[in-house]
Design a protein around this ligand. Structure first.
Ligand code: C2E
Ligand code: CA
Ligand code: CA
Ligand code: CA
Length: 279
């Protein structure tokens, strides 16, 4: 007879096998999705302290033929593990550049910036800088309207390589933002060495301000830190007037969250932006 430990293991084996098969299947679907052009871009508005729209964050969705609309949390982690994140990330950037070029013809839209999420593996690829510049130049997009969002945890390793690459892109006008700031543990000492434009306060801090005193203090400190380092600061996940008031009282400059708008298909986003600017 099997001993206990082994019994337990065999009990879980079928489930694990199932999981592996599902992952393999999903990875194959992702590859097909790229070929069949199944990805779409959503965009969420970003506002300034005067309540003016200043840009948006580009967020990917997957229109799966059977599963329907799939959210990024359900496929980006797998894409990151399989290197499919490279072609997916390039697709996102290419679409973003095409959209910026369309908007350039429209006086209501041409000043808007687009923030694009970039994964660690994309940046660490040896040809990252060349790939990004090629995509921008192929489309003739204005690089200074592009803000690349890197998560804080990315900046803990391969520091020299990443600083070099950021500087190369920065020379061409591409800007950088640290996403989910406060949740990773980047050294504050490194922070000033990266050519950054913006810190994005993670929504986990914004959620419970002003009632949670710890979150309120952390939020205040991130705003102050950004100011002292000469960076812009954006609060993410702003859902209530109360949160907005607290952030305004503490001199936060930019805002993103359901209070201003949920992510919507980028063509719809542009339509709303255009209609609002005409008012
Ligand atoms: P993120 O970069 O932190 O994006 C913000 C997420 O918060 C979005 O979820 C957005 O819909 C959601 N959100 C925005 N405002 C609010 C709010 O007021 N309240 C709440 N509760 N949530 C809000 P989404 O679109 O599902 O994206 C999830 C994550 O997927 C993103 O987190 C980002 O890490 C990743 N992701 C999305 N698009 C891309 C992409 O093109 N490339 C890569 N590498 N990652 C992406
Ligand atoms: Ca982001
Ligand atoms: Ca974020
Ligand atoms: Ca996040």
């Amino acid at each position: 007879a099997k001993e206990n430990g082994k019994n337990t293991l065999s009990l879980f084996e079928p489930a694990m096998q199932f999981k592996v098969e599902k992952r393999v299947e999903l990875a194959k679907d992702l590859r097909d999705g790229l070929v069949n052009d199944e990805f779409i871009l959503f965009c969420q508005p970003q506002m300034d302290a005067l309540g003016k729209l200043c840009g948006g964050e580009v967020l990917i969705r997957w229109q799966h033929p059977v599963l329907g609309l799939v959210m990024p949390n359900e496929f980006i982690p797998l894409a990151e593990q399989t290197d499919l994140i490279i072609p997916i990330g390039e697709w996102v950037l290419r679409r973003t550049c095409e959209i910026l070029c369309e908007w350039e013809q429209n006086s209501a839209l041409k000043h808007l910036t687009l923030s694009v999420n970039v994964s660690v593996n994309q940046v660490l690829a040896s040809n990252f800088v060349e790939r990004v510049l090629t995509i921008i130049d192929d489309n003739g997009a204005n690089p200074s309207l592009i803000i690349l969002e890197l998560t804080e945890s990315l900046l803990a390793e391969h520091v020299e390589d990443i600083i070099f690459k950021m500087n190369e892109l920065n020379k061409r006008g591409v800007r950088f933002s640290i996403d989910d700031f406060g949740t990773g543990y980047s050294s504050l000492n490194y922070l000033k060495r990266f050519p950054l434009t913006e810190l994005k306060i993670d929504q986990s801090f914004v959620r419970d301000i002003p009632s949670d005193k710890n979150d309120a203090v952390i939020t205040e400190i991130i705003i102050t830190l950004a100011q002292k380092l000469g960076l812009r600061v954006l609060a993410e996940g702003v859902e209530t007037e109360e949160q907005l008031q607290f952030l305004l009282d503490h001199d936060c400059q930019y805002f993103q969250g359901y209070l201003f708008g949920k992510p919507s298909p980028i063509e719809l986003f542009a339509g709303i932006a255009e209609a609002n600017s005409a008012k």
